[in-house]
Design a protein around this ligand. Structure first.
Ligand code: NAD
Ligand code: DGY
Length: 321
């Protein structure tokens, strides 16, 4: 009997796939950083039973209509705004994501961005590397402290809770806004629920970690930045599209807010000519929230385990509900 066919849209080292090769016929796009061209992807899915996708692949009606045998799309991300779930349902395709395994690593990066933006880390690092350091001075690269400050978390989910846990260790006051109030988290994390406007107005640090949906699209717009303190540090580790980037650039340029730490952008990838890259008070990273070897390994295995489960007639481990 022939093995179920899996197509992987990015190069993954064979060692990660060894355990699955007896059960599955695995093909993949052989480039790590270059996206698979649409024509190639459409040809490859024509006889595939399973698709291992990454967050920059668009999984929509157009693609699914080219994939008559497809049973499962395993997205190597917890976010799934690249997947049309209604189209998956219509084609009887199970969509899966990678929740939990990346929460701590992504919370680490959120915290790192908070501190980097507060303490002007990249600016100071660039200065040394550009051979500009002459002598010690009392206030050069003086940033702002985080201890004793108020942190506002927008999206108190798995990763949001991870941020709150870390913030407690830094003696921050924690407030949050979420689609629904989470009383259990309030007790566990000593966090206070506030509405969105109050969070914007009263937080010294604002971290967003909501999914990108119709509701959260550009929720950080000009009005939102105007409400923030002029000393506020804004961090986005969710999706670029939850922010109106033009408004953010304006807020950073005019001192409406102090600084920003950004792992995600409206259209990715961005280049050196992007307006945010040119701003000293913006720390910009190439969407690496979950990028530790340990976590990426877990994400790959979870995708493959989901695929193996579905193609062998079992329930997916982490279906997107
Ligand atoms: N930068 C990265 O590399 C990276 C890594 C992992 C996740 N992410 C992003 O972070 C998101 C969150 O991941 P998670 O595992 O914590 O998800 P989660 O579902 O556990 O948490 C999301 C929280 O946002 C809340 N929420 C949804 N809509 C909201 C709204 N309109 N207003 C306020 N709150 C709202 C939900 O109620 C939930 O509590 C993902 O969807 C993904 O887009 C980014
Ligand atoms: O949604 C996700 O999981 C990230 O963006 C990549 O880890």
């Amino acid at each position: 009997m022939s093995k179920p066919k899996v197509y992987i849209t990015r190069k993954i080292d064979a060692t990660y796939l060894k355990a699955y090769q007896d059960q599955l016929e695995i093909r993949m796009w052989e480039k790590e950083e270059e996206a698979v061209p649409k024509e190639t992807l459409y040809q490859e899915v024509a006889d595939a039973d399973a698709l291992f996708a990454v967050l920059s692949d668009t999984i929509d009606e157009d693609l699914l209509s080219q994939a008559p045998h497809l049973k499962v799309v395993a997205n190597m991300a917890v976010g799934y705004d690249n997947i049309d779930l209604a189209a998956c349902k219509a084609h009887d395709v199970v969509a899966t994501n990678t929740p939990d395994v990346l929460s701590e690593t992504t919370a680490d990066l959120g915290f790192l961005l908070m501190m980097a933006a507060a303490r002007r880390l990249t600016e100071a690092n660039d200065w040394v590397k550009q051979d500009q350091w002459q002598s010690w001075a009392p206030f050069y690269f003086a940033g702002t402290d985080i201890q004793g400050k108020t942190l506002g978390i927008v999206g108190m989910g798995r990763i949001g809770e991870g941020i709150a846990k870390r913030a407690a260790g830094f003696d921050m006051n924690i407030q949050y806004h979420n689609r629904s109030r989470k009383k259990d988290a309030e007790e566990r994390l000593h966090a206070t629920y506030v509405d969105f406007d109050e969070l914007l107005q009263t937080s010294d640090f604002i971290v967003t970690v909501v999914p990108h949906t119709a509701e959260t699209d550009k929720m950080f717009n000009q009005t939102a930045f105007e409400k923030m303190k002029s000393s506020a540090v804004f961090v986005n580790i969710s999706r670029g599209k939850v922010v109106d980037e033009e408004a953010l650039v304006h807020a950073l340029q005019t001192g409406e807010i102090r600084s920003a730490g950004l792992d995600v952008f409206e259209e990715e990838p961005i280049g050196a000519d992007h307006p945010l890259v040119g701003l000293k008070n913006a720390v910009c990273l190439p969407h690496i929230g979950s990028a530790s070897v340990e976590t990426r390994t877990k994400m790959i295995h979870l995708c493959m385990d989901n695929i193996e489960a579905v193609v062998s007639g079992k329930e997916a481990i982490t279906p997107i509900s």
